[in-house]
Design a protein around this ligand. Structure first.
Ligand code: GDP
Ligand code: IMO
Ligand code: MG
Length: 427
């Protein structure tokens, strides 16, 4: 059985955690391939709610092996506290595998993230402050620390020295901060080595062997398509590739192995942090979406910016990811509106534009062109099949599907595992 990718089709927080958890019971491996603990994935199982940041959402399915791939950046202290938090709640985490090639978020990466954001002032990105960008920058600059470095003290010391050489100059001379001592960082990192050792593995080999043995592998993206460093709204993006191609590089699996790419799509739009957002609402409707949808960040607790559904973005996500299906989430949140606006195109400096403009300047000027769809008042949270939905809700889903360019194979009508309408099987 081949591999599936599940990723965010908008600006993150689409409900990837719930979707991954739902499939987790039927797959053998769930793999995170990029990002780090900037992610916040909520999973609701019965009356239990879990907030996962670094661990793949498959960790809650007993038969499933969770994997942290080489493309992920790992903060060891966050990982260990997430593991012990789950253990205390009776979740078995012993199957976890971590790539020895994954990069480590060091304490100085977190410091650099915070000071650079402060330095940017009004131009800040609004990062999660978890050290994500600086850790990926170190990786690309070839001064990063990898999980495997924890097992060779001499190499670790040399690498931390090399990384801090430049950073300490920057911290003291430019940012007016105290220098960070090499020994202190090395000591802290070595303290994690034994605790992480049972999980460290050659995950590329494990995953490719699993695929050869017809096991089912699910790749779970963090963040979303429009936060992608290459394909998102640069520079207001994260520093990795949440798009489908990232699954190949971030896990070491060839593109020929991937047979299905599922885009998680919220029935409206949200965004956290700075950057353009054409359908953003600043009125009572935006406030209502935030309140009814519980749109508050799982990682930083920030209010999410809210707006109507944007079909231009959904089409773009279909294209750059080669999406085969959508999982439409949070349809229940839209219950109660008489009419629901959907953005079908943009108006940019007097022109109608149907596709996402590649120019940052154009995108900043994009004004949404709305089509009004009739709403519904019936409670849809108990709907089990598409035909259980009111006619107008059915029409809303069908219109989104036509505009977005891929079939909608599942619909979320509530946060719980069972609050899902399955239309086509993903497996
Ligand atoms: P992720 O980062 O993509 O995993 O999404 P988050 O967990 O950050 O945010 C999605 C939120 O919506 C979480 O609180 C989920 O429990 C919740 N959620 C997911 N699907 C649905 C749905 O279909 N309906 C409702 N009402 N809530 C949902
Ligand atoms: P999940 O996986 C929503 C946003 C931040 C900021 C930008 C860069 O839960 O969907 P970073 O710390 O990554 O350098 O911040 O990206 N961001 C997210 N927004 N959901 C996320 O993850 C996010 N991860 C990062 O708010 O604008
Ligand atoms: Mg989230």
């Amino acid at each position: 059985m081949p591999a599936l990718v599940l990723l965010g089709a908008q600006w993150g927080d689409e409900g990837k955690g719930k979707a991954t958890d739902l499939l987790g019971g039927s797959v053998d491996y769930v793999v995170r391939y990029q990002g780090g603990n900037n992610a916040g994935h909520t999973v609701v199982v019965g009356d239990q709610k879990y907030a996962l940041h670094l661990l793949p959402s498959g960790i809650l399915s007993p038969g499933c092996t969770p994997v942290i791939g080489n493309g992920v950046v790992v903060d060891p202290s966050v990982l260990l506290s997430e593991l012990s938090g789950l253990n205390e709640r009776g979740v078995d985490t012993s199957k976890l595998l971590i790539s020895g090639n994954a990069h480590i978020i060091t304490p100085y990466n977190v410091t650099v993230d915070k000071v650079t954001e402060r330095f940017l002032g009004k131009r800040k990105i609004g990062t999660t402050g978890r050290g994500i960008g600086p850790t990926y920058a170190d990786k690309i600059n070839r001064v990063g620390i990898r999980v495997q470095d924890l097992y060779d003290e001499s190499i670790l010391t040399q690498k931390v020295e090399a990384a801090l050489d430049v950073k300490n100059q920057m911290l003291t001379k430019l940012y007016n901060r105290r220098a960070i001592a090499v020994e202190q960082v090395v000591e802290e990192l070595l303290g994690y080595a034994d605790k992480l050792a049972p999980y460290v593995a050659d995950t590329v080999l494990v995953l490719n062997e699993a695929l050869e043995q017809d096991k089912v592998v699910l790749f779970e993206g963090g963040q979303g398509t429009l936060l992608d460093i290459d394909h998102g709204t640069y520079p207001f993006v994260t520093s990795s590739n949440p798009t489908a191609g990232g699954a190949c590089t971030g896990a070491g699996v060839g593109p020929t192995k991937i047979s299905r790419v599922i885009g998680i799509l919220k029935a409206y739009t949200t965004r956290v942090g700075a950057g353009p957002f054409p359908t953003e609402l600043f009125d009572e409707d935006g406030e209502a979406l935030r309140r009814i949808g519980g749109e508050r960040g799982v990682t930083t607790g920030r209010d999410r910016r809210c707006g109507w559904f944007d079909a231009v973005i959904a089409r773009y996500a279909t294209r750059v990811n080669g999406l085969t299906d959508f999982f439409l989430t949070k349809l229940d949140v839209l219950t109660g509106w008489e009419q629901i606006p959907v953005c079908v195109a943009y108006e940019i400096d007097g022109r109608r534009v149907e596709e996402l403009p590649y120019s940052q300047t154009d995108f900043h000027h994009a004004k949404p062109v709305y089509e009004m769809l009739p709403g519904w008042n019936e409670d849809i949270s108990k709907a089990k099949s598409f035909s259980d939905l009111p006619k107008n809700a059915q029409a809303y889903v069908k219109t989104l599907e036509e505009m977005s360019g891929a079939p909608i194979s599942a619909i979320g009508v509530g946060p719980g595992r069972t609050e899902t309408i399955e239309i086509n099987s993903f497996l």
